[in-house]
Design a protein around this ligand. Structure first.
Ligand code: NAD
Ligand code: ZN
Length: 240
């Protein structure tokens, strides 16, 4: 299918990053089995929740600041480099597609990025290191230096509006594609999980690579229940 494709789109979830050492949400032992996520509304309305959200995020900073792309990310980056894949639509917030060499304008982040922070009011960008320094000194995250607004990682929480521009670009890329390759998503978080169906409706072939069954295996043209790194490296080798 990759060989026949002229314009493939890759769609990734937390599963592509587990081989880099970042736990996913829904695998046994995944993040949710430990902590329920904090809703946007709670973040905005409660200082205690903001503290807790930042405490959890900063506890993962040593991991996020040192993780490296794995064989799966590298295979995808190679497919982009060869012109096989037009866009990588990702639910991930870890920046590993960009780190693996996919040009930023070809990565579409549906759930934002946790490698930096943003003011919820004016959008001013802030790096994680100064937030951490402030948190460690004062026990609270800083307010925005520009406008005094709340500072949150540049991610989309449950209850928070989806990024309009990213959604529109993802739709456009999906409809234009002839092959839609899902790598490592349980396909349960909407609206992101609506893209495979959109691809099918637009006439693309749908391939799902995931260790466990997903919500949408039955509509796929091909399902591979195996590890992403080995599967994508094998696909790349077969492509020649
Ligand atoms: P998910 O946790 O719901 O599903 C991940 C799927 O990947 C699981 O079905 C699992 O079986 C599979 N998987 C795990 N490792 C694999 C591997 N090496 N090979 C093949 N399959 C593997 O993830 P989701 O669908 O992305 O939804 C979770 C949400 O959480 C997303 O919206 C994302 O924003 C966020 N999240 C992101 C990260 C990250 O950025 N790395 C990590 C955790 C959660
Ligand atoms: Zn601000």
């Amino acid at each position: 299918m990759l060989r026949a494709s002229e314009r493939a789109v890759v769609f990734t979830g937390a599963g592509i990053s587990t081989e880099s050492g970042i736990p996913d949400f829904r695998s046994p032992g995944g993040l949710w089995t430990q902590n329920a996520p904090i809703d946007f509304e709670d973040f905005v309305s409660s200082r205690e929740m903001r503290r807790e959200a930042w405490r959890r995020r900063l506890a993962m900073e040593d991991m996020f600041s040192t993780v490296q792309p794995n064989a799966g990310h590298l295979a995808v980056a190679e497919l982009v480099r060869r012109g096989k894949v037009s866009h990588v639509i990702t639910q991930n917030i870890d920046n590993l597609h960009q780190d693996s060499g996919v040009p930023g304008e070809q990565v579409i982040e549906l759930h934002g990025n946790t490698r930096y922070a943003k003011c919820l009011d004016c959008g001013e960008r802030m790096e994680i290191a100064p937030v951490r320094a402030h948190f460690e000194t004062h026990g609270d995250p800083p307010d925005c230096a520009m406008c005094g607004g709340l500072v949150k990682t540049a991610t989309i929480s449950f209850g928070q509006a989806m990024p309009e521009e990213a959604m529109a670009r993802a739709q456009e890329a999906t409809i234009a594609g002839d092959l839609f390759l899902v790598l490592g998503s349980s396909l349960v978080v909407y609206p992101a999980a609506g893209f495979p169906r959109l691809a099918k409706r637009a006439g693309a072939k749908l391939v799902i690579v995931n260790r466990e069954p997903t919500e949408q295996d039955e509509i796929a043209d091909l399902v591979i229940h195996a590890g992403i790194g080995e599967t994508m490296q094998a696909a790349l080798a077969a492509l020649g």
